[in-house]
Design a binder for this molecule. Structure first.
Ligand code: AMP
Ligand code: GLY
Length: 424
């Protein structure tokens, strides 16, 4: 079968790598892909905002299945276009993707179905929002309603910071229309974890848990990033907590949407805060996490095409997810300046040496070819991932591998997975 993957980051390299191991897959295309992806898939350059053009390509090439990586095409309705054309695609349609595309939509849904989350209020008026922030005090969290490339959440330690955040979103319109409404919410403390599941709108199959590292520097210091590393499983998610997540968060979300006429099909990702052994939902994403996909899919034994086709045909109950017993750690190498403005075009050395090590996979994120050299082309450049018998073993292998890689300005966290190791 022929499969197309939409996207060009570390998550998509992992999806393509996983597909490349399937005996059922003859050919993989990726739009737009990256240097690492181009070694195992044909990278194509169609405007991925032009869904009709992508659907035409799929028809012309006889592609049997499309898997969407990032949230933007899902929110903008790529699945709606494919379904209209009778093409199989993994991901929720635009109505279901509002779960990630609108914080107001997802918070209101959580309220309607009693899903545990932080207390909140929605504002369209700057003055009312400011009054509320002054009344509540700090710490407090300010969120732009719409997609803001991961930058629309302001964790304010003081009332002044909160007000500056409100101004940025509502007055300066830093995120454009995404800031038409804001959610002002209670700040929760605890330990964060990521919980992803496959669903066809009826059956929900949980994946193994994982934990991201959002801050750029060791010890969770510095600004938020897309994620500087991840490991799987997250020991903070005990089997007891997992059943609470399934019963009190995942099931009511899928059923709640269903009862409102929205069928959620694809990957449902809950970003969680675990406080006093209880899970609270910080956010929903409508796709696989990045970098969580790297450690999670590298542990998946089941053929991804079987899962995706079962979701498309709404027979996921027939699938049994199987996982490798090894655990996994992914360390992200980033460009100088990231998560701010960053350098590009730096030659990357040592990729082959790192990739040759046992149990190591070097997933590319922001990479490209310059003539025959692989160069940096994004903020997050690589996700060096290793499997091991325990987290410490996987961490050691991942760091041994990343130490073989070099590009000018490269930086990475040295403490990925330390929290999990301390728990053991
Ligand atoms: P979100 O996009 O809503 O997940 O927010 C991005 C990040 O901000 C989360 O991963 C958390 O680190 C943090 N965050 C969001 N909401 C809260 C909250 N209510 N309390 C504490 N941290 C939060
Ligand atoms: N790693 C967080 C995300 O994918 O949203």
């Amino acid at each position: 079968m022929k499969v197309l993957v939409i996207g060009g980051g570390g998550r998509e390299h992992t999806i393509v790598w996983k597909l490349s191991q399937s005996s059922k897959v003859d050919k993989i295309y990726c739009c737009p892909g990256n240097a690492g992806i181009s070694e195992i898939a044909e990278c194509i350059n169609i405007d991925d905002n032009n869904f009709e053009a992508v659907a035409d390509f799929v028809k012309y090439e006889g592609i049997d299945l499309t898997i969407v990586g990032p949230e933007a095409p899902l929110s903008k309705g790529i699945v709606d276009v494919f379904e209209k054309n009778g093409r199989k695609i993994l991901g929720p349609n635009s109505k279901a993707a509002q779960l990630e595309g609108s914080k107001v939509f997802s918070k209101d849904l959580m309220r309607r179905y009693g899903i545990p989350t932080a207390e909140y209020k929605v504002f369209t008026s700057y003055l009312h929002a400011e009054d509320y922030v002054r009344m509540k005090g700090a710490p407090i969290v300010i969120k732009a309603d719409g997609l803001a490339a991961g930058k629309g959440v302001i964790m304010a330690k003081t009332v002044d910071e909160a007000i500056a955040g409100l101004k940025l979103i509502m007055k300066d319109r830093a995120f454009g229309e995404a800031g038409n409404r804001v959610v002002v919410e209670e700040c929760l403390d605890g330990e964060e974890a990521s919980f992803m599941a496959f669903t066809d709108g009826k059956t929900i199959l949980p994946m193994v848990s994982s934990q991201d590292h959002k801050r750029v520097f060791d010890g969770d210091q510095g600004p938020n990033t897309g994620g500087m590393g991840a490991y799987s499983p997250a020991p903070v998610i005990t089997p007891e907590i997992e059943s609470v997540i399934m019963e009190k968060i995942m099931r009511p979300t899928v059923n709640g949407l269903q009862s409102e006429g929205i069928k959620y099909k694809g990957v449902l990702y809950a970003g969680l805060m675990i406080r006093d052994n209880k899970p609270y939902t910080l956010e929903f994403n409508c796709r696989l996490g990045d970098p969580e996909t790297q450690p999670v899919l590298s542990r998946l034994k089941t053929d991804l095409t079987d899962i995706a086709l079962a979701i498309a045909d709404e027979r996921l109950s027939a699938i049994n997810l199987e996982w490798k017993p090894e655990v996994s750690v992914c360390v992200v190498a980033a460009s100088k300046g990231y998560p701010g403005a960053y350098e590009k075009g730096k030659v990357i050395k040592g990729l082959d040496d790192a990739g040759k090590l046992d149990d190591v996979i070097v997933f590319h994120a922001g990479t490209a070819f310059n003539k025959n050299k692989i160069v940096t082309a994004g903020g997050r450049v690589l996700g060096v991932t290793a499997l091991g018998k325990d987290i410490k073993d996987a961490k050691e292998k991942a760091y041994k591998a990343i130490e073989k890689i070099h590009f000018s300005g490269m930086h990475y966290r040295k403490d990925i997975a330390d929290r999990a190791i301390k728990r053991q």
